[in-house]
Design a protein around this ligand. Sequence first.
Ligand SMILES: [Zn+2]
Ligand SMILES: [Zn+2]
Length: 174
Amino acid sequence: MRNPESITVNEDTRLIPVWSIVAAVAAFVLVEYYFWMVLPTQQNHHPPLGFHIYFSLSWGVLAALYFLMVGYVSRDAPRRAMSTRFWIAICFVMPGGIGAVLYFLLRQPEVSRCPACSTHVQSDFHFCPQCNYQLAANCGHCFRTVRTTDQFCTRCGHELATDHMPARLRVMGE
Ligand SMILES: [Zn+2]
Ligand SMILES: [Zn+2]
């Protein structure tokens, strides 16, 4: 069983696929190429070197972030039962990362499957809506979430071992 507390930032960074990292690096290189090799030949008036470095780096990073963001959405959307194609299209079409902002505002909670009956369940469910399988450890008295190692409920002091089916044991796989 997956413990909600074990979901860390680390796990989130592994959600960025290799192709989007490659695309991000390529985009950065292309932008730098344009700024240093193409642009100077077209301009009569040259901006100061500091400005040139600043603009080339910031546009390069922006282009790279764009591809990392699309890569992240392509991995993250399926976990939330959201349309991957739709959200990748939104991220591409909306300028300046507005698509990504919309995505983070509107994204659904993560979904997984009930270990007992394979129904789609959200990460904040305590019980499976179809088969009543206990998905998260909770107190048998106040039904708030508890940790699987707790002996007593931190909210109401209920002794968890006295529950008809002790939550912590059932979630750990009995
Ligand atoms: Zn179920
Ligand atoms: Zn309680």
